[in-house]
Ligand binder design. Structure first.
Ligand SMILES: C[S@@+](CC[C@H](N)C(=O)[O-])C[C@H]1O[C@@H](n2cnc3c(N)ncnc32)[C@H](O)[C@@H]1O
Ligand SMILES: Nc1nc2[nH]cc(C(=O)O)c2c(=O)[nH]1
Ligand code: SF4
Ligand SMILES: [Mg+2]
Length: 240
């Protein structure tokens, strides 16, 4: 027994809107609490006190996933906040394995948990200067080494880009871990926009800028560039 997990929301099925498995049908479990405070966090409700997490056991989370998703899923993504703050997720990942459910995790790479070794797809999203967060490179190196050493499973890096400084940071990260599949993601700088059509236009313009920048730079020849598909479809709505 490794304790309860603070849960903010369980939703889906929806599509994974970002990164390595974009388009994958998945359920989401979003945990509360984060050791970071990114200036542009699109899930600040997980740590700013505006919403309250419910402490749940792995079995309770599994039951709610089945209640909400029925038999319409075989993949679960755990995000947050930073899910790697919670040791109790070990048990949840074990349940997924028992049930033949594929798992994915979104984290920034600042905290390690051994249960990450049991997750099928681990996305690490170190934070660029625009976030106002500072990367602890020694910690990130250790995190990346542990993932690289595992026998099964995939991992990838995903950097959110808002400006030129962020691109320079991304270049550094890509150079530091050259063998890890590398994604650049459009930063959403309009988190209060409640008009999905207008937000879509805005984000697509930013996507075009990011694609252009990547195309002209030989350091980014092996990089994949993506928008947040869920933001294009549903705007800033929570729980999609
Ligand atoms: C909300 S975070 C939760 C997981 C973990 N704390 C992390 O940051 O990786 C999930 C993903 O959303 C990205 N993200 C957060 N705010 C964003 C924004 N305004 N625009 C684009 N992506 C954003 C993060 O970089 C991360 O890849
Ligand atoms: N559809 C959808 N895809 C996502 N990919 C990463 C998300 C996240 O907040 O971690 C997310 C999310 O909140 N919704
Ligand atoms: S690390 Fe993730 S959840 Fe935490 S503040 Fe940054 S984007 Fe938000
Ligand atoms: Mg999100």
């Amino acid at each position: 027994m490794s304790g309860k997990i603070p849960v903010l929301e369980i939703f889906g099925p929806t599509i994974q809107g970002e990164g390595m498995v974009a388009g994958q049908k998945t359920m989401f479990v979003r945990t509360g609490g984060c050791d970071y405070r990114c200036a542009w966090c699109d899930s600040a409700f997980t740590w700013d006190g505006s919403q309250k997490a419910t402490p749940m056991t792995a079995d309770e989370i599994m039951a709610q996933l089945e209640q909400v998703g029925g038999d319409r899923f075989s993949h679960v993504t755990i995000s947050g906040g930073n899910p790697a703050l919670h040791a109790g997720i070990a048990e949840l990942v074990e349940r997924f394995r028992e049930k033949g459910i594929e798992s994915a995790v979104e984290t920034q790479g600042s905290f390690w948990q051994d249960w990450l070794l049991e997750v099928d797809d681990v996305t690490i999203s170190p934070k660029p200067p625009s976030s106002a967060m500072k990367t602890d490179w020694a910690r990130l190196d250790t995190f990346m080494t542990r993932l690289s050493d595992r026998q099964a499973g995939n991992h990838n890096l995903k950097i959110v880009i808002f400006d030129e400084e962020d691109l320079a940071y991304a270049k550094h990260v890509h150079g530091r871990y050259p063998d890890v599949p590398f994604y650049l993601q459009v930063g959403n700088d309009d988190l209060d926009n409640q008009n999905p059509a207008r937000l879509r236009d805005h984000l697509l313009e930013k996507y075009e800028w990011l694609v252009d920048r990547v195309m002209e730079d030989p350091a980014f020849n092996r990089v994949r560039v993506l928008p947040q598909i869920h933001a294009l479809l549903w705007g800033n709505k929570q729980g999609v």
